[in-house]
Design a protein around this ligand. Structure first.
Ligand SMILES: Nc1nc2c(ncn2[C@@H]2O[C@H](COP(=O)(O)OP(=O)(O)OP(=O)(O)O)[C@@H](O)[C@H]2O)c(=O)[nH]1
Length: 204
């Protein structure tokens, strides 16, 4: 029998300049690109891989963190199986704005929200102004305590030094497959249409 092919959608989110495109570019091309112009719109690529012995197509979306993109972003938030939520570990504002990005994700999801938290630019040594590991752990714990997700998966990455880039996308792919299976299961057991509060099909 022909193996069923599964398309999983992963969306990269976070403030402008945190290094989203550099991560995305590194994952696609296996290298760091210096002097890249800022993103002017969303971009994506599709990669074929095996996740837990299942043949899947990973559709990874890069977005730009600018306000003008956020104003038009809802179509890109929808239909995701996992989000990679990025902040720069040396940029306080990008860490504080994680709450804003979470609010956006929550609008389009229900149940356990599949996301991976990514602290970027780990090749730059931490200073007093950087976000401490203790603060990041506290942020993860708050999210877990609110029941938004059972366990936050956190990676500190460097696109520049190739640290944790593949690892983060491997975990995102695994979470995306789990989410895909749950949504598929719900749509099978509720074929006539979901009750209003479940909103299958309009969420991630
Ligand atoms: N040291 C270091 N710098 C990085 C790393 N990743 C990205 N940068 C730098 O951070 C800046 C922003 O990187 P981008 O990948 O363009 O950031 P972005 O989040 O996609 O920005 P927008 O497209 O505006 O949303 C660039 O100058 C990169 O060279 C990293 O791992 N280490």
């Amino acid at each position: 029998m022909k193996e069923e092919k599964t398309m999983l959608k992963i969306i990269t989110l976070g403030d402008s300049n945190v290094g989203k495109t550099s991560l995305f570019y590194h994952y696609v091309n296996g290298e760091y690109r210096y002097n890249r112009p800022p993103s002017i719109g969303p971009d994506y690529f599709i990669k074929e891989l095996k996740v837990e012995n299942k043949h899947v197509f990973l559709m990874v979306w890069d977005t730009c963190g600018q306000e003008r993109f956020q104003a038009f972003s809802p179509p890109y938030f929808r239909g995701a199986n996992c989000y990679t939520l990025c902040f720069d570990i040396h940029n306080e504002e990008s860490f504080i704005n994680l709450g804003k990005w979470m609010d956006e994700i929550i609008k389009y999801c229900y149940g356990n929200i599949p996301f991976v938290l990514v602290g970027t630019k780990s090749d730059i040594p931490r200073t007093d102004k950087s976000i401490s590991k203790a603060r990041i752990e506290q942020w993860c714990k708050n999210i877990e305590d609110q029941g938004i997700i059972d366990k936050v998966h956190y990676f500190e990455t460097s696109a520049k030094l190739s640290q944790n880039v593949t690892e983060l996308y491997n975990v995102a792919a695994k979470l995306a497959l789990e989410h895909y299976s749950i949504v598929k299961y719900i749509s099978i057991i509720r074929p006539i249409g979901p009750p209003e509060e479940v909103k299958v099909g309009t969420c991630c």
